[in-house]
Design a binder for this molecule. Structure first.
Ligand code: NAP
Length: 347
């Protein structure tokens, strides 16, 4: 049984890939966790994901219904919380008709959460931002991106990345103007991979499923950094606890720049026969751009062609002693859990 005097952490969006891993670590470390869901009907699914992650004692976990687009329940969600980890935000899992469908809930949601946290006397909010708020929309950037960089929202960038940049800027502005004593830190992950604990997995793992399932021979020429979800969860907790994290942004990255072909090679190495059909060559960029005109799901991919998205993880390593595992381990873990999802439960 958890001790009812232990610190209480509000984690927003408990149904999400990253949030579940954060909740797992918090429960393992004895914290009480309250998490928000858009619909309470998903409670059992979240509990199931936590059990598959190895946590069976769930007495310390409670749920509350809240949507980023509505004021309802945010005050109650934050009441009595010592810390808030704000993870929920619209992600490219769905196709949105207008960019405001992503930007408004992201920006207004972060403000709702911060206001509720401040009014409830929460010590610190950790916001899950993204590399998308750091390194997109720049044509001539030199060297790896660091926490000093901000994405250029005047450039033609994907609405998801715009939403993350606008929401994070709004958060810092809120703290500066009306945060009172509330503290803020952000974690800005690159592409997050790692063990998937349920059938609802994030957009970042979707490309692996596509490689494993679709028999496609080619991949787009995109180079990106990756990080394991378990390390992302650790970094959130370090950012929540460590005094030196207050007021800081932290890139969560293993700082290895990999192409999609590199990912395919890692899948072949770790999954053997299960990955025999993964792509072995790259599409010319003009073909991807042409397909993206008619297929909105490819627009984000097209916007990343030819971009150098390498990152530095020195700040989190040096300031917080964070030590992420290699990207290969994260990608292999995504691949293995994706194969289990594709094959389904054995009867
Ligand atoms: P995910 O599995 O799609 O999780 C997104 C979460 O946000 C879900 O719980 C979702 O709830 C919730 N959400 C979306 N719109 C909402 C709304 N209007 N009101 C309340 N909740 C809402 O994706 P994820 O990868 O775990 O992403 C979590 C966070 O990490 C996001 O802030 C994302 O931007 C950030 N991030 C992810 C990556 C990555 O590579 N995966 C990289 C950088 C940053 P439902 O389940 O009800 O839809």
């Amino acid at each position: 049984m958890p001790d009812n005097n232990n610190p209480l952490v509000l984690v927003t969006g408990g149904s999400g890939f990253i949030a579940v891993h954060i909740i797992l670590k918090l429960l393992e470390q004895g914290y009480l966790v309250r998490t928000t869901l858009r619909t309470m009907s998903r409670q059992d699914e979240v509990k199931g994901m936590l059990r598959s992650g190895g946590v069976h004692q769930l007495e310390g976990l409670s749920f509350i219904e809240a949507d980023l687009s509505s004021d309802t329940n945010w005050e109650a969600a934050a009441e009595g919380a010592d810390y808030v980890i704000h993870v929920a935000s619209p992600t490219p899992n769905k196709v949105y008709k207008h960019e405001d469908e992503m930007i408004r809930p992201a920006r207004e949601g972060v403000l709702r959460v911060l206001r509720a946290a401040r009014d409830a006397g929460v010590k610190r909010v950790v916001l899950t931002s993204a590399f998308g708020a750091i390194g997109v929309g720049h044509k001539h950037h030199k060297g790896p991106y660091t926490e000093k960089d901000w994405s250029n929202t005047d450039a033609d960038i994907h609405p998801y990345q715009k939403s993350k940049t606008i929401a994070e800027k709004a958060a810092w502005e809120f703290i500066r103007r009306e945060g009172n004593r509330l503290e803020l830190a952000t974690v800005n992950p690159v592409g997050v991979m790692g063990p998937i604990l349920g059938n609802d997995y994030s957009h970042s793992n979707g490309s692996v499923r596509q490689m494993l399932e679709s028999n496609q021979k080619y991949v787009p020429k995109i180079y990106s950094d990756y990080v394991d979800v378990r390390d992302v969860a650790d970094l959130h907790i370090l950012a929540m606890l460590r005094p030196e994290a207050n007021g800081e942004r932290f890139i969560a990255s293993s700082a290895e720049n990999l192409s999609m072909l590199d990912i395919a090679a890692i899948l072949r190495k770790h999954l053997g026969e299960d990955a025999k059909n993964v792509p072995k060559a790259e599409f010319p960029n003009f073909i991807v751009r042409a397909i993206a005109v008619v297929n909105p799901k490819l627009r984000m991919v097209a916007s990343l062609l030819g971009q150098d998205m390498s990152t530095s993880n020195q700040k989190a390593r040096q300031l917080l002693g964070w030590t992420p595992r290699p990207a290969e381990e994260a990608i292999a873990a995504t691949g293995k859990s994706m194969i289990d999802i594709i094959k389904g439960p054995s009867v």
